[in-house]
Ligand binder design. Structure first.
Ligand SMILES: [Zn+2]
Length: 451
């Protein structure tokens, strides 16, 4: 029996966890952590206990109790007993935690298939912090490759998203074909890749199309900001500023790093990034098909002071030390405010106290606007910091996800017999997108892969 069971990404954005079963072979397509996973029970102050493995997540059905999936460590305090792996592989669409985050609980003897670029991001994360893929054999692919797990053949097809190395898949199983979009948009620098995906998916005449719909909602706005418009807006702000330009954005969004690096360069400024972003850029150099700014040549690296007194190698992690010689300090930034475009994560905002920038600078909030209470609290604190510094505040962002009309364009282009909306809070709104049939998934309830 060929079936797919959605254990996450059901009526929620992120947390994709899809179990494919074909003649006894089992493959997990993404195994991520939902953005609001468990927010009814967990909060900043109440966290699942690491020592309890998967147990605290099982309690609230935040992880499916699939036999032969989890590591011995993850199951040590749970009623589910550890057994030899029954799941043959995990296949990852892209390296964002809502697609990879729960792989940390998976038995390390189960191989993980991911894009070559994703394996480089994994390597950077592992070196600077941790990666949920750590300990697994990584089998990497690129567009043009195919791989089989039992009777299922996977064809990865590149898509455009806000992290490099994002893929959708065509899965040819023993009774037909399933198409899965992963996360996508048409409005990034690699938007034309979406035409490749639509063409390849349509040619395989899929029974099911599993598509994301982050921005699909009834009566939702259809206006959209492209990465190119972010570039224009950034250029305008940078050009008109005579003081420090400061921005918060996700360092693994390499399109955004490129956008701001060019906007800075064209105005005679240098983009200064965090050490974590610099490490990622260094790792991604190995991917010749990506356009990545060179550390030291195109971008500089901000060095946070870890204690008062002289800078000492010993205060920094081994991976950080390589950046110390070419680093930029708070005093350096202060001295060249009109020549600097500084990338500063919100958790590094206290650095501004050392930088002491002159009033009149510009702040670009290059992230999604707050969508929940916690986000609103953080945004209000950010605004207070920006007011305190006497900077102007600009919201400048292009989403990693397609707006509703473009999801419709994909659905109509692929022409699957049935559409299964995932990674969306509004599966019911897909009825208006021109699909032949729509089946909203229910968590844990299998769907036949043939129609
Ligand atoms: Zn996602």
């Amino acid at each position: 029996m060929n079936r797919i069971t959605c254990f996450g990404g059901v009526g929620e954005i992120g947390g994709n966890k899809f179990l494919l079963e074909d003649r006894g072979t089992k493959v997990l397509l993404d195994f991520g952590k939902g953005f609001s996973d468990g927010s009814d029970f967990f909060d900043r102050g109440i966290q699942p206990r690491q020592v309890n493995g998967a147990g605290d997540l099982f309690e609230f059905d935040l992880l499916p109790q699939i036999p032969g999936l989890y590591s011995e460590e993850a199951l040590q305090n749970t009623a589910l007993k550890h057994s030899a792996p029954e799941v043959d592989a995990v296949v990852i669409s892209h390296f964002h935690s809502d697609h990879t985050g729960r792989v940390e609980y998976v038995d390390p003897s189960i191989p993980v298939y991911c894009g070559e670029t994703a394996s480089l991001i994994h390597a950077a994360n592992k070196e600077s912090d941790s990666s949920p893929l750590d300990g697994h054999e990584l089998r990497t692919f690129r567009t043009g490759d195919r791989f089989s797990v039992g009777p299922m053949e996977f064809v990865p097809v590149h898509v455009d998203h806000s992290v490099p190395g994002a893929y959708g898949f065509l899965v040819h199983h023993s009774e037909g074909t399933l198409a899965y979009t992963g996360d996508f948009r048409f409005h990034g620098p690699a938007g034309s890749m979406m035409e490749d995906f639509i063409e390849a998916a349509a040619a395989s005449k899929p029974d099911l199309l599993l598509t994301e719909g982050t921005r699909v909602r009834p009566g939702g706005p259809s206006e959209n900001t492209s990465e190119e418009q972010v570039m224009e807006e950034a250029r305008r702000i940078v050009r008109s500023s005579r003081r420090l330009v400061l921005s918060t954005f996700r360092g693994n969004d390499v399109d955004r790093v490129n956008t701001f690096q060019l906007a800075a360069r064209d105005a005679g400024r240098r983009l200064v990034v965090s050490m974590k972003t610099a490490l990622l850029l260094e790792k991604l150099k190995a991917d010749k098909r990506l356009r990545v700014p060179k550390v030291g040549k195109d971008v500089d690296v901000y060095v946070r002071r870890k204690r008062s007194g002289r800078l000492d190698d010993k205060d920094y992690y081994p991976w950080e030390r390589r950046f110390l010689d070419h680093g930029v300090s708070a005093a350096d930034v202060r001295r060249s405010q009109a020549k600097t475009f500084l990338h500063l994560e919100v958790w590094h905002f206290p650095e501004l106290i050392d930088i002491k920038p002159d009033a009149g600078g510009a702040y670009l909030h290059a992230a999604t606007e707050a969508f929940n209470e916690e986000g609103e609290r953080e945004e209000s604190a950010v605004r207070n910091w920006i007011d305190h510094m006497g900077f102007s505040y600009h919201q400048v962002h292009a989403s990693g996800h397609a707006p509703m009309p473009e999801v419709g364009r994909l659905v109509k282009g692929v022409r699957a017999k049935k559409v299964v909306p995932v990674h969306t809070e509004h599966p019911e709104a897909f009825g208006a997108l021109g699909a032949a049939r729509v089946e909203a998934p229910r968590k844990g309830a299998p769907i036949q892969m043939t129609v």
